[in-house]
Design a protein around this ligand. Structure first.
Ligand SMILES: [Ca+2]
Ligand SMILES: [Ca+2]
Length: 203
């Protein structure tokens, strides 16, 4: 009773700060007055677009409602496995988290030393960066004429590929093929000794 009138007991309206005779007229901090009731102020909840009296009930696009809060929808961050309200917090297998972005772990690209999200940006010495992956630089294999990504695949004229399927494939001359290369003293197109050029291509 105040001056003979009956004032609404503010305690009956959740989060109400003050009342008139008939209704709540102001709410506590972070609540908005809507038709005499106090609703959570959506602005106080990041990326929330709609609230009821106690909770956020709808989030902005790209956010998921989780326990009354709006968490970033991980599917908006490439290769992210889990998110908090604003950031990716863990990446899918094979990716590293850096500044909220999931970067490919270089180990998943052969002979790569530095990666961005999906491509190699720098290769080991002896490899060339081509379309985001690392290809063997043919000039790093002596007397090699052409390479695939990891191996020498053919040799210069007069050289033959040894260990073709291996990373340490090399191009060597062969004595007796009739082609004298720099590591041969002679090559008389045979493997006979005592004819002026030995089976080892020495004179
Ligand atoms: Ca030869
Ligand atoms: Ca000979």
């Amino acid at each position: 009773m105040v001056s003979g009138a009956c004032i609404l007991n503010c305690n009956t309206v959740s989060n109400c700060a003050s009342c008139s005779q008939y209704s709540c007229i102001s709410c506590i901090a972070s609540y908005n007055l809507v038709d005499g009731n106090c609703f959570v102020n959506c602005d106080s909840i990041s990326n929330c677009t709609q609230c009821n009296q106690t909770n956020c009930i709808a989030c902005s696009s790209g956010y998921n409602l989780v326990s009354g809060a709006c968490n970033l929808n991980c599917s908006t961050v490439s290769n992210c496995a889990s998110c908090n309200q604003t950031h990716c917090t863990a990446c899918s297998s094979g990716y590293n988290l850096a500044n909220g972005i999931c970067n490919l772990i270089c180990l998943s690209i052969s002979n790569c030393t530095q990666c961005n999200q999906s491509h190699c940006t720098s290769c080991l010495s002896g490899y060339n960066l081509i379309n985001g992956s690392c290809s063997l630089n043919c000039s790093s294999v002596l007397n090699c004429a052409s390479c695939n990504q990891t191996h020498c695949s053919s040799c210069s004229s007069g050289y033959y590929l040894i260990n073709k399927a291996s990373n340490d494939g090399v191009c060597l001359s062969i004595c007796g093929d009739g082609v004298k290369k720099i590591d041969e003293h002679c090559d008389d197109n045979n493997n006979l000794n005592l004819d002026g050029c030995s089976q080892n291509c020495t004179i």
